[in-house]
Ligand binder design. Structure first.
Ligand code: NAP
Length: 247
């Protein structure tokens, strides 16, 4: 039996890397996207191959439409099929009020987190429709979409709110093709994203304030993503699943 082919963007670190390792163990072949962390991506690829997965490493900036197209060309050549997508690549910026956010910051945030996610999903859906065999997409939203993230990163929160709406709208468009589209909304998860936003101890500081009294791990988010990808979620589409410890 052939293994389903799964594309994960942002697979060199954090939630994407944990999802790749779990997906390899659950029987997927993998196209793994990354941007700058070649060593991280290589390490994930080695771990996935050790689980028997075929792995294609793809450097592509999801804010660049041409690089997205090239990434999908390489998937076509390398695998000749695409069955599933985890639309995970994303960024957050340093803490700021809205009044201090400039145009460049907002462009980067929405180019990567929103337009990138749209264009990656578009290319995936086109292939799934052509194959005629259904498919499944999991987008990465955030609890910030509900909370608004005042005085921190309202731009990021708004970008993830757009992902929630995108998830519902796209799911309705492609349900008739047998393609399911859902999102997960992680809460405070221990990854490097907080350090990249200038708050390396964010998970440590906020963990105790979460109803469950702790931050979450990338592996706990990966479990939710793998559930939504699986046939056990066969009647679930157009929804968002909070993975937040109750936050
Ligand atoms: P992370 O550890 O910082 O990893 C981010 C990944 O995205 C990396 O693989 C990075 O690639 C990739 N990436 C960033 N910009 C990119 C671009 N322009 N093109 C292609 N790839 C790009 O982040 P994470 O915490 O795992 O977050 C993963 C997703 O979960 C994001 O969408 C994030 O918003 C969401 N999320 C995270 C949390 C949390 O608390 N951690 C909470 C809610 C939602 P390189 O490293 O190779 O450059």
């Amino acid at each position: 039996m052939t293994r389903p082919v799964l594309l994960i963007t942002g697979a060199s670190a954090g939630i994407g890397a944990a999802t790749a390792r779990l997906a390899a163990a659950r029987g997927y072949d993998l196209a793994l996207g990354y941007l700058s962390d070649r060593d991280g991506a290589e390490a994930v690829a080695i771990a996935c191959r050790a689980q028997g997965a075929r792995v294609l490493l793809l450097r592509a900036d999801v804010s660049d439409p041409d690089e997205i197209d090239e990434m999908f060309d390489r998937i076509d050549t390398g695998f000749g099929q695409l069955d599933a997508l985890v639309n995970n690549a994303g960024v957050v910026d340093v803490a700021s009020t809205v009044t201090r956010m400039d145009h460049a910051r907002l462009r980067r945030m929405f180019d990567i987190n929103v337009i990138g996610a749209f264009l990656v999903a578009k290319q995936a859906v086109l292939r799934m429709q052509r194959q005629g065999d259904g498919g499944v997409i999991v987008n990465l939203s955030s609890a910030a979409a509900r909370l608004g993230s005042a005085n921190l990163f309202v731009d990021y929160a708004a970008s993830k709110s757009a992902i929630d709406t995108f998830t519902k709208g796209l799911s309705d468009e492609v349900a008739g093709d047998g393609i399911r589209v859902n999102a997960v909304r992680p809460g405070i998860i221990e990854t490097e994203i907080h350090a990249k936003a200038g708050q390396p101890d964010r998970a440590g500081q906020l963990g105790p304030l979460v109803p469950m009294g702790r931050s979450g791990s990338a592996e706990e988010v990966a479990e939710a993503i793998l559930f939504l990808l699986s046939d056990r979620a066969s009647y679930i589409t157009g929804t968002t699943l909070d993975v937040t410890g109750g936050r």
